[in-house]
Design a protein around this ligand. Structure first.
Ligand code: AHR
Length: 551
């Protein structure tokens, strides 16, 4: 190991604008350690783990994304300009559409052609089993009931092009047959004027094929997508994929994977596929895992105690064991490891902001707690770069774990957006084995009888990656009040210079609102580091990105 150059950077951090936000509430001794093993690569971090999801649900499409060409809200061909401009900066991987549960009710043919001729249908979310709480029953109006189909395949693909993302379409397995799927494929990918559907596409103004590579075979087929057993789903998958014309476009198929820890779904579905030979498993590009860590207490996004802060972070952290356990089961059937995980729905799911109209189902702007949940998830995907090929928080705008929040001409970026901006630096880099050692944080959780049960959570965690001479380390300090000083050792390389970017606030409930859209934003600072070791003090309740130039 090179000579150790030990520095303490508390001073330099506190001297910056980032630090002006932080009144350090107390400091633990440097009992924490981060060891970055530059010569131990884990795998390439797929740029598609910074992907997104858009469903016809509540205010996601109508208002969030689609405002219409005649709207006073600035737009590009009907698509909200502020959303496009800001999403583009994140270099999104793929965008999943049209659902979610909506996908297995959708007929893509309703959403193409002249807008005034498109049929109106009942939206899946008009009468939902998810709408079970008293608060929803009491809401006047309720979720959006009708689907105008004004936004469909062509508008969606145009949106993807505007932001530089790949489209990912989910086929309807529950209520439409294979033929409808094949015709969608043909409409999207067949060369112009070669077939009836590609002629139709050209007539609709899109002569060049959409070239859609990513196709989901159903969504949550264990639930809203058909209530199938895993064995039945395997049969459906084989049937839907038995013959697929490629039109020269490499197809990347994503199977409807498990709900959280349902290992039986993964096992039985893979077993069902293998009944017709391992080729059936090899058809899969990704196996979709869905995990929502839920909410706590009052369930409104910005109401929680300190214990509930930790409670939800700990639940978010379960993503790690889900990835590991499903990966192990998949490996029993896919020995060559051709199939990776696509975590195409994840996030925290709170109750709707009561200030938003009822039609904006599950819309809220999120808080610093949600930002830490984003960071915990992205760090997990980055640490498991060899297993996770894609990940999509649910959803992009105006629902659940969103990056944007809109209401008519009002628009803001949520704390989740800022984490995506910070973490995008890892895209395409090589994930490095990194060890975090820190004292655990204690908290209590209410059990079913509402009795407080002692619990604990890690004190520091994150991930590291290398791209050329740039080393990026992202770290979460979950402690609600205390800074965390850590010795960082870089094994196998030496630092020339460094900088930090930190998202935090004095109040763990901090968030952005329409009145104050920039209240919570990351701040930069210089880290005057050289050599192989440094000491860094992580702010309380923070997400930090350290970027080092290696010599
Ligand atoms: O993201 C909201 C819903 O959650 C999706 O439609 C469904 O797939 C999941 O249950």
């Amino acid at each position: 190991m090179n000579k150790i150059a030990r520095r303490t950077f508390v001073g330099s951090v506190l001297a910056t604008s980032a630090a002006t936000l932080l009144a350090p509430r107390s400091t633990r001794a440097a009992e924490s350690r981060i060891e970055i093993l530059v010569n131990e690569p884990v795998g390439t971090i797929s740029p598609d783990i910074y992907s997104h999801f858009v469903e016809h649900l509540g205010g996601v499409v109508y208002d969030g994304l689609w405002v219409g060409e005649k709207s006073k809200i600035p737009n590009y061909n009907g698509i909200r300009k502020s959303l496009v401009d800001n999403l583009k900066k994140l270099k999104p991987g793929v965008i999943r559409y049209p659902g979610g549960c909506f996908a297995d009710q959708y007929d893509w043919r309703d959403g193409v052609g002249p807008r005034d001729k498109r049929p109106t249908r009942v939206n899946f979310w008009a009468d939902t089993k998810y709408k079970t709480t008293k608060a929803y029953e009491e809401m006047e109006g309720g979720p959006q009931k009708y689907e105008s189909n004004h936004f469909g395949t062509d508008e969606f693909v145009s949106f993807c092009k505007m932001v530089g993302a790949q489209p990912y379409l989910a086929a309807n397995v529950r209520s439409r047959d294979v033929r409808v799927f094949l015709e969608w494929l043909e409409y999207c990918n067949a060369p112009a004027n070669l077939t009836t559907w590609s002629t139709e596409r050209a007539k609709n103004g899109f002569a060049a094929p959409h070239n859609v590579s990513f196709w989901g075979i159903g969504n949550e087929s264990w639930g809203c997508g058909g209530d199938f057993t895993p064995e039945e789903y395997a049969t459906e998958f084989r049937k839907f994929t038995a013959w697929l014309p490629t039109y020269g476009v490499p197809l990347k198929l994503i199977g409807s994977g498990p709900n959280g820890g349902d290992l039986n779904w993964t096992r039985k579905a893979f077993e069902g596929l293998a009944l017709k030979g391992s080729r059936q498993i090899a058809k899969l590009y990704g196996w979709g895992l869905h995990y929502y860590c839920g909410s706590t207490g009052q369930q409104v996004a910005n109401e929680y105690t300190e214990n509930e802060w930790y409670d939800l972070l700990e639940r978010a952290n379960r993503m790690e064991s889900l990835i590991e356990s499903h990966w192990q089961v998949m490996g029993e059937y896919d020995r060559e490891r051709r199939v990776k995980l696509a975590v195409d729905e994840w996030g925290a799911w709170h109750k709707q902001d009561p200030d938003m109209p009822p039609a904006y189902l599950y819309a809220y702007a999120g808080t610093l707690r949600d930002a830490l949940i984003s960071a915990i998830n992205l760090d997990t995907f980055q640490r498991h770069a060899e297993k996770v090929i894609m990940a999509n928080p649910a959803q992009l705008v105006n629902t659940i774990h969103s990056l944007f929040h809109t209401y008519e001409d009002r628009f803001l970026m949520t704390p989740n957006y800022h984490v995506f901006e910070m973490y995008g630096a890892h895209a395409g880099a090589t994930s490095l084995r990194t060890e975090f050692v820190a004292p655990k944080v204690g908290f209590t959780r209410l059990d079913a009888q509402r009795k407080e049960v002692p619990n604990s959570f890690w004190g520091l965690n994150g991930s590291a990656s290398l791209k050329g001479k740039q080393l990026v380390v992202t770290v979460v300090n979950p402690h609600a009040k205390e800074t965390r000083e850590a010795d960082i050792a870089i094994r196998g390389a030496s630092i020339r210079s460094g900088e930090s970017r930190t998202l935090t606030a004095n109040d763990i409930h901090a968030r952005n609102s329409f009145a104050n859209p920039n209240a919570l934003e990351p701040k930069n600072a210089t880290v005057a580091a050289t050599g192989t070791n440094l000491t860094y003090t992580f702010a309380p309740a923070s997400v930090t990105r350290l970027t080092f130039a290696l010599s």
